[in-house]
Design a protein around this ligand. Structure first.
Ligand code: ADP
Ligand code: MG
Length: 270
């Protein structure tokens, strides 16, 4: 299984905005192809001097301060730090769910700060996969329906079609193919979280972002989930960024970013 998606969004009605978006993506694909041919190691995430403040009371609170780092394709990175140090804020910014107050964010070679909401939603849907502490599965839907939810936003029937074909294989890989017609209420916490991993992978993302993915699991399920994430990184080359309190999980990642009071004084490569 090779996890990669093409630039096949925006198949809707032609309009000047859609043309602009298509041109934008075409140009960035060319730029991407060019940079790929120049160097074999490709940067998937590049943050430069990222600051983030939130309004608080009359003023604001500075949560991230001058964060700069780059993550290459295929890396596995743990983000650690005390509670409140800005780990989730950082992951949300990398995942384009939030924007920095200043600084630049390049994801997969694209400056995401310059994209409008619609383009960003497509970008996120096609190239990023998210796993949170809580699985957020829809209780009324089956396992199979749940993992296909991210494909509903795709306007390209080919992307939807290939995801539908791939879903049973991915569920088999996480040991849940026999549970496809079950609902989340019939599954354990660990199984639900494995379904959430498949949902995150269904659109072949370039980058998998996980925020405390094992935080709500018992030890055995947490270990199984950690192994699954690392296997996806090792065998399929998915770039992995995991926020975790688990020293065990962090220790298995190639690199650790340690947030201290919103800054990154240490960036350790294992
Ligand atoms: P961590 O994930 O490391 O526990 P967070 O990134 O969730 O930390 O939060 C870092 C700080 O930013 C905390 O003080 C939190 O209260 C604040 N914060 C996070 N999100 C918001 C928000 N949307 N509005 C205001 N403050 C926020
Ligand atoms: Mg957090």
């Amino acid at each position: 299984m090779r996890l990669r998606v093409g630039y096949s969004g925006f198949a809707g009605k032609p309009s000047s905005t859609n043309h602009q978006k298509r041109e934008y993506f075409f140009a960035s694909s060319l730029a991407l192809g060019f940079s790929e041919s120049m160097s074999s190691v490709k940067s998937v995430v590049e943050l430069s001097e990222v600051d983030k403040s939130f309004p608080r009371g009359e003023g604001s609170v500075s949560v991230l301060k001058g964060i700069s780092f780059s993550i290459n394709e295929g890396e596995s990175v743990a983000v650690v730090g005390p509670s409140g140090s800005g780990k989730s804020t950082l992951l949300n910014i990398v995942g384009t769910l939030d924007q920095p107050s200043s600084g630049t964010v390049m994801i997969d070679g694209v400056n995401v700060s310059s994209m409008d909401e619609l383009a960003l939603a497509d970008f996120r849907n096609q190239r990023l996969g998210f796993i949170f502490q809580s699985h957020h599965l829809l209780p009324q839907c089956t396992v199979l329906e749940n993992v296909l939810v991210p494909t509903l936003a795709s306007r390209d029937p080919r992307i939807r079609g290939s995801a539908i074909e791939r879903a049973p294989g991915l569920l088999k890989r996480v040991g849940l193919d026999h549970r496809m017609d079950h609902r989340p209420g019939q599954l354990s916490g660990g199984e639900c979280q494995r379904v959430a991993v498949v949902r995150a992978l269904i659109n072949n993302p370039k980058l998998l972002l996980a925020d405390e993915p094992t935080g709500a699991l018992d030890r055995q399920s947490a270990e199984a989930l950690s192994e699954l994430l690392l296997e996806l990184n090792r065998e399929d080359g998915v770039t992995l960024i995991v926020v975790t309190h688990s020293l065990d999980l962090a220790g298995k990642m190639k690199r650790t970013l340690e947030l201290q009071d919103g800054a990154l004084p240490n960036d350790r490569n294992a």
